[in-house]
Design a protein around this ligand. Structure first.
Ligand SMILES: [Zn+2]
Length: 342
C-alpha cells in the first residue's frame, strides 16, 4: 500500500521534487495562486519525508507509525505554523491552556515555539519538518525571528513555506529558500477533477477562480454566492449605487476582506478587458452586466493599482466597512472620469 497524490495535477511538481532526491534543500517555498493545492503538496511531501517504511520510493507508505501519526496530526517531528484562528486543534483546550486569541497573523511567539521545536533532536531520529502556511502571515518580528532559524538551520530540519503572495515576504527569507512555483493546472485535468467532485459547470467556476481547481470547487458551493451576486449587480449599475448602504450590507455578511477585494479586482479586470479587447476572463456569466460598464472600462486602469494595494492590506484588521466604502467610491469616481488622486 502507498499514498496517492491528493490531486492529479500535482503529479508533475511531485516528480520534480522527487528528482531532487537527497539534494532537496532544507527550505522550500511553494508559490502560486490560491486554490491549486500548494498546501496539499506540502503535506504530502512532509509525510513522505517522515514516513519510515518507504517501500515504494516515490510515495509515503500510509500505514507505518509515522504515517499514522502524521495523518492524525500528532507526529512529534512535524509542526504546522499557521495563523492561530486557523488552528482548530483542541489540544490547547484539553491541556487546560488558554485558547489562543483569534488572529490572522503568525506572531513572534509562534515562531519562538517553533525554534524550540526545531532545535530539539528529532524524536524518531529522522528529519523534523515544518510547514509555514501562509508564509506572508508572519508579521515583521515573526519573520525576522524565523529568518534566524533559516540562516542557521539545525541538521535535519526541513522547512516548507507556502505563499499565495510571495512578493510580500521579506526578500531575505525568499533568498534563503528554494522557490518552487506551482502553476495553474491544465484546464482539462482541472475540469475532469471538478466533474468527479460533482461540480456542475466546472468551466464557469474555473473562470471565476482564474483556473484554480480547489478554489473553483469552493466557488461552486460557497455560502457567500448570493453576497457576490448582490455586489456584482450593484457594480453593473453605478448610476444608482448607494455606496454607504452597499458597504454596510456587505459587512453584515462577515466575510474576509480579501474576498471582497478579490471580487472587485476580478470585476474591474473584466470591465477593462471587455472594453479594450472584448474578452471576459473571470465572470463570463455576467457578460450583460459587464457590457453596461465596459465602454468606460479604460477609466478604471488606475483603480486596479488601488485594488492591488487594498488586497495587500486586506488581511490586516482594518475597518472593513470603511475600506469597502473607500473602494466603492473610488470605483464610482473613476467611472465618472474623476481620479481622486488626480
Ligand atoms: Zn509511512
Amino acid at each position: 500500500m502507498s499514498l496517492n497524490l491528493p490531486y492529479p495535477w500535482l503529479e508533475k511538481p511531485w516528480a520534480e521534487l522527487l528528482r531532487e532526491g537527497d539534494r532537496l534543500p532544507h527550505a522550500l517555498l511553494f508559490t502560486g495562486e490560491a486554490g491549486i493545492g500548494k498546501r496539499a503538496l506540502a503535506h504530502y511531501l512532509a509525510q513522505y519525508l517522515l514516513c519510515e517504511d518507504r517501500t515504494k520510493a516515490s510515495q509515503a507508505c500510509g500505514i507505518c507509525d509515522a504515517c499514522r501519526w502524521f495523518v492524525a496530526g500528532n507526529h512529534p517531528d512535524f509542526r504546522l505554523l499557521q495563523p492561530s484562528d486557523l488552528d482548530e486543534s483542541s489540544e490547547e483546550a484539553e491541556s487546560g491552556k488558554k485558547a489562543k486569541k483569534k488572529s490572522a497573523v503568525i506572531g513572534v511567539d509562534d515562531v519562538r515555539e517553533l525554534t524550540d521545536f526545531v532545535n530539539l533532536s528529532a524524536h524518531r531520529g529522522g528529519v523534523r519538518v515544518t510547514i509555514v502556511a501562509p508564509a506572508e502571515a508572519m508579521n515583521t518580528s515573526a519573520a525576522n525571528a524565523f529568518l534566524k532559524t533559516l540562516e542557521e538551520p539545525p541538521a535535519g530540519a526541513v522547512f516548507i513555506l507556502i505563499s499565495d503572495h510571495w512578493r510580500r515576504l521579506l526578500p531575505t527569507i525568499r533568498s534563503r529558500c528554494r522557490v518552487f512555483p506551482l502553476t495553474i493546472p491544465d484546464a482539462k485535468v482541472a475540469m475532469k477533477w471538478l466533474s468527479e467532485q460533482s461540480v456542475v459547470n466546472p468551466v464557469l467556476h474555473l473562470a471565476h477562480t482564474g483556473g484554480a481547481p480547489l478554489a473553483a470547487a469552493d466557488d461552486a458551493n460557497a455560502e457567500w454566492l448570493p453576497v457576490r451576486s448582490a455586489l456584482l449587480e450593484k457594480l453593473a449599475e453605478p448610476a444608482t449605487m448607494n455606496v454607504l448602504m452597499l458597504a454596510a450590507e456587505l459587512e453584515k455578511a462577515k466575510l474576509d476582506s480579501s474576498l471582497f477585494v478579490d471580487w472587485l479586482q476580478k470585476w474591474v479586470y473584466d470591465v477593462i478587458s471587455l472594453g479594450l479587447t472584448g474578452v471576459i476572463r473571470y465572470y463570463p456569466d455576467w457578460q450583460d452586466a459587464l457590457q453596461r460598464v465596459a465602454p468606460r472600462g479604460h477609466l478604471l486602469l488606475n483603480l486596479m493599482t488601488e485594488l492591488n494595494e487594498a488586497q495587500k492590506l486586506a488581511h490586516h484588521p482594518l475597518n472593513q466597512r470603511l475600506m469597502l466604502e473607500g473602494l466603492l467610491f473610488a470605483y464610482l469616481d473613476a467611472l465618472r472620469g474623476q481620479d481622486r488622486r488626480g
